[in-house]
Design a protein around this ligand. Structure first.
Ligand code: ZN
Ligand code: ZN
Length: 396
């Protein structure tokens, strides 16, 4: 590094220009991950986005200028400290020009720029610290809801897996994206509808998921799914439990994102027998999670002879926004698994369990997955169609 410039009285006025070979320049490149540290920019600085040419887009910018009369240069920071790493921020040309404009210097103060730098560099360090065990493969399943096709963006997925599970997605945006597109299913909900939905799920799981799990190319899955509940249960059933899975849902309140919220209230669940039936081969389970299902809503052949158990939340009424964190999902899983095991033990000859679900998507996936653990009775899934519960899909 060259010596700082001095004025006639020997007073230092200006830090020397940095050269690309100065060690502090390399240090800044690494800390910034090769990306613009300006809040919200994050531009990759080794490649021009438009021409994809290798271009020199990076600016080693000073937070407090090299010179006293430069941007933010009146700050008391000694001249000899102005070329140190703590005073430098890696920026793209556009952001550098912006922060140095006279009219913006009150907005882009030393404090603000230091904050941007710190946030960006911390984020780069954190993300690059995720090793290959943190990799997850994304499964997206979506359909039309009231005529609108619902899509889930790559950005929403990235945020959700990073925030909620400290993972990063593989394949995102690539041709190996695992997508179960149900938008082409028939409008009318009928046997044809369920068969077509099952067919789609069978095809993707059989072609893209199972072989990759067997070859150990998939070690962890993250499921982002929107569809009718029986198809979600079926998806969970087909994926099974060979690899760990994180389930996500779109939260309808607050920021509407897909990330789990660790700071939210955990809801716990209980199971109870709400009707003792006359025929001990006939069992039904009501899952009152996102809404309350009462016995009189069930088909009459169920209400007259069946033993009916219900899983419901203990410390909150059933509602659409009840599932906000993974602990709540885990609590449901434990109670559900316990109930299935209890039924197997107490009703050994039961072949079918009739399920009436009012549940959010992640709970549905769990319901299908848990079925595989032991030899269980078949699940017969009902769905509310035109205000009536009708049989949809059976599994096992
Ligand atoms: Zn500058
Ligand atoms: Zn920038």
């Amino acid at each position: 590094m060259r010596k700082p410039t001095k004025n006639k009285s020997g007073h230092i006025e200006e830090a020397p220009k940095l050269k690309s070979t100065d060690p502090v320049v390399l240090e800044l490149w690494v800390k910034s991950g090769g990306r613009c540290a300006f809040h919200g920019c994050n531009r990759y600085l080794l490649q021009d986005e438009l021409t994809t040419n290798k271009a020199k887009l990076a600016n080693i910018a000073h937070i407090v200028a090299r010179r006293i009369n430069g941007p933010r240069g009146k700050d008391p920071l000694p001249i000899e400290k102005r070329n140190e790493i703590d005073n430098l921020i890696l920026l793209c040309t556009k952001c550098h020009t912006l922060i140095d404009k006279k009219e913006f210097q009150d907005i882009y103060s030393k404090e603000i720029l230091l904050k941007y730098k710190k946030e960006h560099e911390n984020r780069i360090r954190y993300i690059t610290g995720l090793d290959s065990d943190s990799e997850t493969v994304i499964i997206r399943m979506f359909n039309n809801i009231r005529g609108d096709s619902v899509t889930i963006s790559n950005e929403e997925i990235r945020i959700a897996v990073l925030k909620g599970s400290e993972r990063y997605p593989r394949y995102l945006g690539g041709e190996n994206n695992i997508e179960i597109n149900l938008t082409g299913l028939p409008q009318k909900i009928s046997k044809t509808y369920w068969d077509a939905g099952k067919g789609k799920i069978d095809e993707i799981v059989g072609r893209l998921i199972n072989p990759a799990i067997d070859k150990k190319e998939i070690k962890h899955l993250s499921v982002f799914a929107i569809s009718r509940i029986p198809l979600l249960i079926y998806l969970g059933y087909k994926i099974g439990d060979k690899v760990p899975i994180d389930n996500y849902q779109k939260h309808r309140d607050g920021d509407e994102g897909w990330a789990w919220r660790d700071d939210s209230q955990t809801v716990t669940f209980k199971s109870s027998t709400i009707q003792q039936g006359s025929d001990n081969l006939k069992i039904a389970i009501i899952l009152s999670v996102s809404g309350k299902i009462s016995i009189d809503q069930l088909p009459s052949e169920i209400t007259c002879a069946f033993t009916i158990a219900e899983i419901s939340p203990e410390n909150a009424p059933p509602n659409r926004n009840l599932l906000k964190n993974k602990c709540t999902l885990q609590s449901f899983r434990d109670v559900y698994e316990g109930l299935l095991r209890q039924i197997e033990k107490d009703y050994k000859k039961v072949k079918n369990i009739h399920i009436f679900p009012a549940i959010p998507a992640p709970v549905a996936i769990v319901c299908g997955r848990e079925l595989l653990k032991e030899v269980s009775p078949s699940l017969l899934i009902y769905d509310r169609i035109d205000d009536e519960y009708k049989f949809t899909i059976g599994m096992n």
